[in-house]
Design a protein around this ligand. Structure first.
Ligand SMILES: [Zn+2]
Length: 218
């Protein structure tokens, strides 16, 4: 699952060709006959292939998998990079009695929020990935949501400037404060499990009945 900022960067780069007709096709694919793309109009920015347009411009897709499909449309209310993102709906989802890291990857509420963003924002807000959302204070949930939106937007702007991401916890052995990082594979029963990194010192787990869920400060 690509992260939202990667998809949005792709969309911004390809959007100038939306509405144009494919004049010539290059490249090859075992899945589809690429010549069937000839004379089609680019309706939306798709996610090897070379499409030449009537304007003289062209688009090259490297290492992509191709298959015909209907046009999926993401709901902007759940798109973390959309101005129409529905904050109230997201907060309702976060306060459910489920591990917070599972809810963050639920694309019905957080479309575009992938595993890297999940790990990073939980570290930045000092929340343990398995803490149930219902045990977190409303202010913590607001802070987590703010962090998700800000992190995604910052990452997109870095990408557009050609700058890489420097994760603080994702695939790290130590957190920025020098604590050893834990790694586990977490996910809902019967669903896809994702590798998760966290710092047990910076992100203490809040267990039911512990009362005050205030994070530990350094
Ligand atoms: Zn730490």
């Amino acid at each position: 699952m690509p992260e939202g900022p990667s998809v949005r960067k792709f969309q911004l780069l390809t959007s100038p060709f939306v509405g144009q007709v494919v004049a010539k096709v290059g490249g090859s694919s075992r899945k589809i006959n690429v010549n069937d793309l000839n004379a089609l109009r680019l309706q939306d920015s798709p996610v090897r292939l070379i499409l030449h347009f009537e304007s003289g411009g062209f688009l090259v897709f490297y290492n992509c998998r191709m298959h015909w499909c209907s046009s999926p449309r993401a709901d902007p209310a759940s798109d973390i990079l959309s101005m129409e993102f529905h904050r109230g709906r997201a907060l309702d989802a976060l306060r459910a009695p489920n591990p917070i890291s599972y809810t963050l990857l639920d694309q019905r509420y957080f479309s575009g929020l992938g595993n890297i963003i999940k790990n990073e924002i939980l570290y930045l807000t000092k929340i343990h990935p398995l803490t149930q959302g219902s045990l977190l204070a409303p202010s913590d949930l607001e802070r987590l949501l703010d962090c998700a939106l800000q992190f995604s937007s910052d990452w997109l702007h870095h990408k557009l400037r050609g700058q890489g991401l420097h994760p603080q916890i994702y695939q790290r052995e130590q957190c920025p404060l020098g604590h050893p990082v834990m790694k586990g594979t977490f996910g809902p029963l019967g669903a896809f499990k994702r590798l998760t990194w966290w710092c047990p010192q910076c992100q203490p787990e809040v267990l039911p009945g512990e009362g005050d869920p205030s994070p530990v400060t350094e």
